[in-house]
Ligand binder design. Sequence first.
Ligand SMILES: [Fe+2]
Length: 224
Amino acid sequence: MIEQLKIDVLDINHITNCYLLFDEDTKEAVIIDPADKANLIEERIAYLGLKPKYVLLTHAHIDHTIALSEIMNKYDIKTIAGKLEEGILVGNNDDCSNRYGLEQVNYNMEDFILAQDGQVFNVGNLSIEVIFTPGHTKGSVCYFVNKDNLLITGDTLFYNCFGRCDLDTSDIGNMIRSLKKLYRRFKNVNIYPGHGKINIPIDNTYDDVRVLMYNNYKIDIGGY
Ligand SMILES: [Fe+2]
């Protein structure tokens, strides 16, 4: 089961999707991208009677992490992130804080589990696979949940576009390879992006992504 929490980051009408993903039988849960408003996330966890096991990050930009430290402390849990996102987490690369008038956050790596491509984490009866999808950031990942056939895509893939590739550690070539990797492998999954509409069949995103890639970069990503 997945539940979307639309978080208005810093109350500036910038909405990030935070998700509670949980096993209905055991109530074990993960919190995906605790963007902001820790109290709102905690209230929902209490209401649903969930037992948080990990935080999952799709990437380490500040508009996905403002409530991260508070949530980790509250439940005494670690955060899973892609191994290649370490540079942003330790403050060597930009987490985009200054765009929001905030200070860069430098995390203690003891609080993190840096995952490899293909690594699987079990939460109750759910298995959650980490899929490296660099492009928006070097360490961006998607998470595939086998049981409900859903794909959490962060800022890699949205319902009608892909994530911007003009930030620190962004790379358009990586983005193209990551998108093709997703389209080749996943046919009947629904995507749950970091912003915007959720529960979209991945195939429905392809035409818009292809047009956008061509219009912005004059690159035809071809079929898949
Ligand atoms: Fe981002």
